[in-house]
Unconditional design. Structure first.
Length: 256
């Protein structure tokens, strides 16, 4: 498990006692099960199928344990759909990291981490947390990290609207293709309101001087951030001239 990361109850915001089979809030006594090393701390109205979209999640995860995560992921590949293994391994998933002066002391939070294409690759360099609403994707990432000996990685099942992590911890938060999906777990609420709540939560977890990386959707993100940022903070939108293979048409770098 990644060290130096402090979790909190997603309901009452108090600390949590961490046991092997479950975590328990020290204040409201909410209990969060731990499966295959992953705490389940989602508070949304519903979870998510996730990127893997396994027909039988338990069978898929058992296969990943026995046969290795790469082989298991290939068995879930469907015709005319994105290549899951390529998405999990492609170096260009983290080519944008050269924009930041990252080092081994950094802590990174990847929201909507999927198969770990970003979070697990970054865990080779620094402490990395992979957050996803899909319990199958989160457990898969943890199995991947274990098999690849990524000791600085931890997956967690959680919703960006109520992130179960203490404030002012992370040097970098990453939201690649996840902002637009966050409202699906809160279908009784206004989507824009949910997105703003999520961005406020992400902002809370960043250290002073921390960064938020959001690819694409620059105009939408800038409008939402007006409800999140203090007046003194300004997002910077730009087209990285030296990342032609990054796959990101536009990027937004936010300095906290």
């Amino acid at each position: 498990m990644a060290e130096r990361i402090f979790f909190r109850c997603p309901y009452c915001k108090a600390g949590v006692d961490q046991a092997t089979d479950y975590w328990c809030c020290v204040a409201c006594t909410s209990r969060f099960p731990v499966r295959r090393g992953v705490p389940f701390m989602n508070v949304g109205e519903q979870g998510a199928r996730g990127f893997i979209w396994a027909q039988d999640s338990e069978a898929f995860l058992s296969r990943a344990e026995k046969e290795g995560w790469r082989k298991a992921l290939q068995t879930e590949q469907k015709p005319n759909s994105p290549n899951k293994l390529q998405e999990a391994l492609a170096p260009n998933r983290v080519s944008w990291s050269c924009l930041f002066d990252m080092n081994s002391s950094w802590k990174v939070l990847d929201i909507g981490a999927g198969t770990g294409g970003v979070a697990c690759q970054l865990a080779r360099e620094c402490c990395s947390i992979g957050l996803d609403k899909s319990w199958c994707d989160a457990v898969f990432m943890q199995l991947r990290a274990k098999q690849d000996h990524l000791t600085q990685f931890q997956a967690v099942v959680a919703d960006a609207v109520s992130i179960p992590l203490d404030s002012n911890q992370f040097d970098l938060a990453v939201m690649i293709g996840s902002l637009e999906w966050i409202p699906t777990g809160w279908q009784s609420e206004n989507p824009r309101t949910v997105q703003v709540r999520a961005l406020k939560e992400v902002w809370r977890t960043l250290k002073p001087g921390g960064h938020l990386f959001l690819p694409r959707h620059v105009s939408l993100t800038q409008r939402l951030l007006k409800h999140v940022l203090p007046n003194s903070a300004e997002p910077a939108a730009f087209l990285p001239p030296d990342l032609p293979e990054s796959g990101f048409a536009f990027s937004l770098l936010l300095l906290n």
